[in-house]
Design a protein around this ligand. Structure first.
Ligand SMILES: Nc1ncnc2c1ncn2[C@@H]1O[C@H](COP(=O)(O)OP(=O)(O)OP(=O)(O)O)[C@@H](O)[C@H]1O
Length: 261
C-alpha cells in the first residue's frame, strides 16, 4: 500500500523542500519505491535542488490535463522518482490543484511512499495538498512565527478532515531559541518526530543541487533524515541503508504478495 505524506509548514522557508528531497532520497536508498511531487506550483524548486535540468513536462501540464503523471516523472538519486513543477506563471495559472487527487490515484500502484512538497500559505494550491495525503508532517523552526503558522496549518488540516502525523523540528541550534521542543509539542498537540540541526552542509548541498544525504552523508542532518526515513519504513533507527536495503527477490515478493516488512 502506498503511504502518502504532505510536507507543510504555513510559513515560508522553514525547510519543506529540504525535508521532502532528503526524506525521499533516504527512502529510495532504503530500497523503497518513492516519489516526490512539487506541489509548490507557484515557486517550484524541488526539481532544482534534486539536480534536474531538463524538465519539458511538469506537474503544471499534468494538472492542466495535457500530460500524464508518468510523462512528468524524472529519475533522481537512488532511483527516486521526481515530479517537478514548472517555472512559468502561465503554467501555474493553467494548473488545476483539484486534479491532485487523480495524481494520487494514478500513483497508488507505482510507489511505496509519496511526498507532496506543499507551498507556504493557505491559498487553494496550499490547502488541497493537505487533503490528499494520509498524513501531513509539519516542518517547524524553533521560532514563534513558525510555530504560529504551523498551528494554523494543523487546525486547517483537521477542519478539512485531514490528519497531522507529527512535526519535524528543523534548523535547531544549540543556543537558546524562541521556543522549546516541549512548547512546540504542547502548542501543536503532536509529537516531534525528530530534530534536524542547523547545518551548513545543507546549504552547501543545495548549492551543488544535491540532497545533503548524498553530498555529506556523515553529517548530523543526514543522520537525522535517515532516522526519520527508517522510522517511516519501520526499521530500527540505527540500521545503515546497506544493511536494510531489500534485494530484488524481496522486492518482487512484496510487490507480488503485497507483503509488508
Ligand atoms: N537545517 C538546515 N540548516 C541549514 N540550512 C537549511 C536547513 N534547512 C533548510 N535550510 C536552507 O534554508 C533555505 C530554505 O529551505 P527550503 O527551500 O527547504 O524551505 P521551504 O520551506 O521549502 O521554502 P518555501 O516556503 O520558500 O518553499 C534553503 O536555502 C535551505 O538550504
Amino acid at each position: 500500500m502506498i503511504r502518502a505524506y504532505t510536507i507543510a509548514s504555513g510559513k515560508g522557508g522553514t525547510g519543506k523542500t529540504t525535508v521532502t528531497a532528503n526524506l525521499g532520497t533516504a527512502l529510495a536508498q532504503y530500497g523503497r519505491e518513492t516519489c516526490v511531487v512539487d506541489t509548490d506550483m507557484g515557486m517550484a524548486n524541488l526539481g532544482l535542488v534534486l539536480g534536474l535540468t531538463e524538465t519539458p513536462v511538469t506537474l503544471h501540464e499534468v494538472l492542466a490535463g495535457k500530460a500524464s503523471i508518468q510523462d512528468a516523472m524524472y529519475e533522481g538519486p537512488y532511483g527516486l522518482k521526481i515530479v517537478p513543477s514548472g517555472l512559468s506563471l502561465q503554467g501555474f495559472q493553467n494548473a488545476d490543484p483539484q486534479k491532485l487527487k487523480d495524481v494520487m490515484c494514478d500513483l497508488t500502484d507505482a510507489c511505496d511512499f509519496l511526498f507532496f512538497d506543499a507551498p507556504a500559505g493557505i491559498g487553494a494550491d496550499g490547502v488541497i495538498p493537505l487533503t490528499v495525503a494520509d498524513e501531513v508532517l509539519l516542518v517547524v523552526n524553533p521560532e514563534i512565527s513558525s510555530l504560529v503558522d504551523a498551528l494554523k496549518i494543523k487546525i486547517l488540516t483537521e477542519m478539512i478532515d485531514g490528519a497531522v502525523g507529527g512535526a519535524i523540528l528543523n534548523r535547531a541550534t544549540l543556543e537558546n531559541s524562541d521556543v522549546s521542543r516541549g512548547k512546540i509539542e504542547k502548542t501543536l498537540g503532536v509529537s516531534i518526530i525528530d530534530t534536524i540541526p542547523e547545518d551548513v552542509n545543507i546549504r552547501r548541498a543545495a548549492a551543488a543541487r544535491t540532497p545533503v544525504i548524498v553530498g555529506s552523508p556523515g553529517s548530523e542532518s543526514s543522520k537525522a533524515f535517515r532516522r526519520i526515513a527508517a522510522r517511516l519504513v519501520g526499521f530500527p533507527a540505527e540500521e545503515e541503508p546497506e544493511k536494510v536495503q531489500e534485494g530484488f527477490i524481496e522486492r518482487l515478493a512484496r510487490a507480488l504478495f503485497r507483503r509488508e516488512t
